[in-house]
Design a protein around this ligand. Structure first.
Ligand SMILES: [Zn+2]
Length: 131
């Protein structure tokens, strides 16, 4: 993972967490010192509005705004050589685990057909009700 993003994510966990105290403050100050100023400024702009500056990508979708993220951006994040912003909500994007699939798993066609058949109304019964 990108080192800056890792620090940013750690900072977010501390600042949005329930734990408070001197040790947290020290860690926050240390992390803020490690993150480049423009990145920190953008993160803070989101934070003052109560928004988290880092969003996780699940199934190729930004969990902050539920918009689909281009696969090119995801691969860049996974390589860890770049920090990407969500074009829609402006959050820094993070792919949680490289082993986790970022692709949407389509439901099996057999399962789809079964649901359709079950939802079909039975003609005989409704006719009996009308009469
Ligand atoms: Zn987003």
């Amino acid at each position: 993972m990108n080192a800056v993003l890792q620090n940013l994510l750690q900072l977010q966990t501390l600042e949005f967490g329930d734990v408070a105290g001197k040790s947290i403050e020290t860690q926050v100050a240390k992390l803020r010192g490690l993150i480049p100023q423009p990145i920190l400024a953008h993160y803070d702009r989101l934070r003052v509005r109560g928004k988290k500056g880092v969003a996780i990508i699940r199934n190729q979708v930004c969990t902050g705004c539920h918009m689909q993220i281009p696969i090119g951006a995801i691969t860049a994040i996974m390589r860890g050589d770049d920090i990407q912003l969500c074009e829609n909500c402006g959050r820094y994007l993070h792919v949680p685990d490289q082993s986790e699939s970022v692709f949407i798993v389509e439901p099996a066609p057999a399962a789809k057909r079964a649901t359709k058949a079950a939802a079909k109304p039975r003609k005989g019964k409704s006719l009996a009700l009308v009469l």
